[in-house]
Write a new protein. Structure first.
Lengths: 62, 399
């Protein structure tokens, strides 16, 4: 599955990075960068955790 | 005596399907629990993100279903739209409002909290649920006079949303709003900006009120009245724990847990097979109704059901944020903060140094505590959580 980011909605809280640090990170300006957009297996579970933890629902799996 | 995890943990029931309940389900699966999992929730909506309801979702009037949480992957049985009515600790069953009995070896209590209300009128708006947010969206129309009772974060976010949507807004609160929660420095910053946007603050307590579909009257502690079109109250919440009366799970009328989320029976013993998480839980005696706290509670509580004392106790720095009147305030650490902060940075964003329009509110602040740690606050300042967290750990600057 693919991690999709709604950039306009993202507020840079960074809870997703804490849930899945190998898949995404906030850069120095707190803009979210998806490092691994296509996920499966263990990464998929981590991506789901990251999507869930977002307080502004800016992440989706499609 | 060490508390071991119950050996026969084959059926776990999670009551409550907010973020605490949902997180608990996934944490159980992540930790290797392969038994029967049932999640019970009283709302008919699928689980959704709550913080947005009083913030962006309120202002831009977007379709609230966009804030649904991703589809659950824990594979548990979801019983939605039916509240739980009671727990029998001897039979180890949860009884639902429709008389269904669900047996458990392990129980997660995560039923959250309800808004306190000033009246019993259905036209008094509060904000806890998606239905509440839909009501607020439909009542906040341009030109309406909105009276907000309560000057905490939720009341002020609702006031801000109403202003953004073109309403005339008064906030009724004893003293300066946000002071009790954030401290004097940040409270005066927020209220100054809010006044500039036309919000009227009424320094009084609301004694009582009436509200119908087109008007409201609020009686104040000084004997005066304030009238308007819409009544909104944000006067705190109370744990949704009445369904546990008589179960033995209330301790001094509250759900109290140890440092691993295990519930203290009314006789004072720690129950290894019943945990609580989120807004309902007085974790080590203290309730902290915040989004990230609910998530951290749920992770710890799930593990302690499976592993007993081998699970790590809760250990994290609270994170809180609010968005109101054009200010986004993020806080890592303990609140409220008193006195004047150290200003760490007010600079322009690195990715746009050419931007000359300076936001006068933009700042990265830090309040040192006596223990050498501190509370870090970002006002209109984008900063990743790990960085904000590091600022709380930094020893206080040498005097």
């Amino acid at each position: 599955m693919r991690i999709e980011l709604d950039q306009a909605r993202c507020e840079g809280h960074g809870l997703c990075e804490e849930a899945a640090p190998n898949l995404m990170h906030l850069d120095d300006d707190a803009e979210l960068i998806i490092d691994v957009p296509e996920v499966e297996g263990d990464d998929l579970a981590k991506a789901q955790a990251a999507v869930r933890v977002c307080p502004v629902a800016a992440l989706r799996l499609a | 005596m060490a508390q071991h995890a119950p050996a026969d943990m084959n059926r776990i029931v999670v009551v409550g399907h907010g973020i605490a309940g949902v997180t608990a389900c996934h944490a159980l699966r992540d930790a290797g629990f392969t038994g029967h999992l049932t999640i019970v929730g009283d709302e008919s909506h699928a689980p959704y993100s709550r913080p947005a309801l009083s913030k962006a979702a309120l202002v831009d009037g977007q379709d609230l279903s966009a804030h649904l949480l991703p589809e659950a992957t824990h594979g548990g049985l979801e019983l939605q739209g039916v509240p739980a009515r009671g727990v029998d600790l001897f039979e180890r069953t949860v009884t639902l409002e429709d008389d269904t009995e669900v047996a458990f070896d392990g129980l997660v209590i995560a039923t959250g909290a309800d808004a306190r209300k000033l009246t019993d009128s259905a036209h008094e708006l509060t904000l806890r649920t998606m239905n509440d947010a839909e009501n607020a969206q439909s009542r906040f129309v341009p030109g309406q006079v909105v009276v907000v009772v309560g000057g905490g974060a939720l009341g002020m976010e609702l006031a801000s949303g109403a202003v953004e949507r073109g309403c005339h807004v008064s906030v009724v609160c004893s003293g300066t709003p946000m002071t009790r929660h954030l401290g004097e420095y940040l409270a005066s910053k927020i209220t100054d900006v809010a006044r500039g946007k036309g919000v009227r603050f009424i320094d009084a307590a609301a004694v009582s009120a009436t509200a119908d579909e087109q008007s409201t009257v609020v009686e104040l502690s000084d004997g005066s009245q304030i009238t308007g079109d819409v009544l909104v109250t944000a006067i705190g919440d109370h744990a949704h724990d009445r369904w546990l009366e008589g179960s033995g799970l209330l301790n001094g009328d509250r759900v109290v847990t140890d440092s691993r989320g295990r519930v203290l029976h009314e006789d004072g013993t720690v129950l290894p097979h019943v945990v609580a998480a989120g807004d309902i839980a007085h974790w080590e005696g203290e309730r902290q109704p915040l989004w990230t706290t609910a998530i951290e509670h749920a992770k710890v509580a799930a593990l302690s059901l499976l592993r007993g004392d081998l699970a790590e106790p809760l250990n994290f720095v609270p994170y809180f944020w609010t968005e109101q009147f054009g200010l986004t305030i993020r806080v890592m650490g303990q609140l409220p903060v008193h006195g004047t902060p150290e200003v760490i940075d007010t600079g322009a964003p690195k990715n746009a140094p050419e931007v000359q329009v300076v936001d006068p509110h933009r700042a990265l602040l830090r309040w040192a505590s006596d223990e050498g740690t501190g509370t870090a606050v970002a006002v209109n300042y984008k900063i990743p959580i790990p960085k904000l967290r590091r600022l709380t750990e930094r020893p206080a600057a040498a005097a």
